[in-house]
Design a protein around this ligand. Structure first.
Ligand SMILES: [Zn+2]
Length: 274
């Protein structure tokens, strides 16, 4: 599932190419992935709209368009959002095709259809709870003080579960939660309330490090993820624990173990993570 680094890579890829581009036509739209508004209203609002500068909010792609609306895309499990030449063959499971005045097409594809597309004023989408409220972002400068005082540090939930909560940290998912906990040498099953202030600081710093490193490698293509131009990312080769259950810990050599935590397969080292 695409997480912060994958979505950030797509946004950075597409941003310079979409800026000031006009949507000539909505060539196809599958209502299954459209959460808001209706397909009719979507077409009416999208056609003729001009893109501003793309941004990322958590795992959401926000593409502002003229008039104040945002085209918002969440990639779900298997979504891709790519810029392609108009004459490129359309692959199966392509649910949205926007024809641009550059002759290119912006295509949203999602075989498993857990993703979603919205179009509207962002504040209104939030108020209608079509978009979640998001916690601090590991790429923001202000993230240094994460998680601060409050309910997070007194939570009885496992620290892994806390990291998957988008209101606690925006953009983190299963891959980078495991990676950050490994880097911070913390056992994923620890109750959040048991972490000391230095441990929280270590974890916050680790989140930023693993996200930035994965962006440098253009994201993790475990299965479906592709960048803004349809290419695979290379961060998978640099992952230290995710997908490596049974393989030796790169730090101590002991086999990594897998355990279900917060409903998700979680990989860690029994010796290095206390
Ligand atoms: Zn180890």
């Amino acid at each position: 599932m695409p997480e912060l680094p994958e979505v950030e890579t797509i946004v950075r890829d597409l941003r310079p190419h979409l800026r000031d581009r006009r949507v000539e036509a909505v060539l196809s739209l599958n209502p299954v992935v459209l959460r808001f508004p209706s397909a009719e209203s979507f077409r009416a609002a999208a056609e003729g709209a001009v893109f501003g500068l793309l941004a990322r909010r958590g795992k959401f792609i926000h593409a502002p368009v003229s008039g104040g609306d945002h085209l918002v895309v969440h990639l779900g499990m298997t979504g891709t959002f790519t810029l392609e030449e108009g004459d490129e063959p359309v692959r199966p499971h392509t649910h949205l095709r926007l024809q641009l005045d550059s002759g290119q097409e912006l295509r949203y594809r999602d075989p498993r259809r857990f993703g979603r597309v919205l179009l509207g004023p962002p504040r209104q989408l939030e108020l209608a709870r079509l978009l979640p409220s998001l916690g601090p972002d590991p790429l923001d400068r202000a993230f240094a003080g994460w998680p601060g005082e409050g309910r997070v540090i007194s939570s009885s939930r496992a620290v892994k579960a806390v990291l998957l909560d988008q209101e606690v940290v925006a953009g983190c998912g299963n891959i980078y939660a495991d990676e950050a906990l490994y880097l911070a040498r913390l056992r994923p099953t620890r109750r959040a309330a048991s972490l000391s202030a230095p441990e929280w600081a270590r974890l916050g710093a680790a989140l930023t490090v693993v996200m930035k490193e994965a962006i440098r490698r253009r994201g993790t293509s475990f299965s479906d993820y592709r960048d803004g131009f349809g290419a695979r990312g290379e961060a998978y080769e640099s992952l230290m624990v995710y997908g490596r259950s049974g393989l030796p810990c790169v730090r101590c050599g002991r086999p990594l173990v897998a355990q279900r935590v917060a409903g998700r397969t979680t990989v860690y080292c029994r010796r290095c993570q206390r």
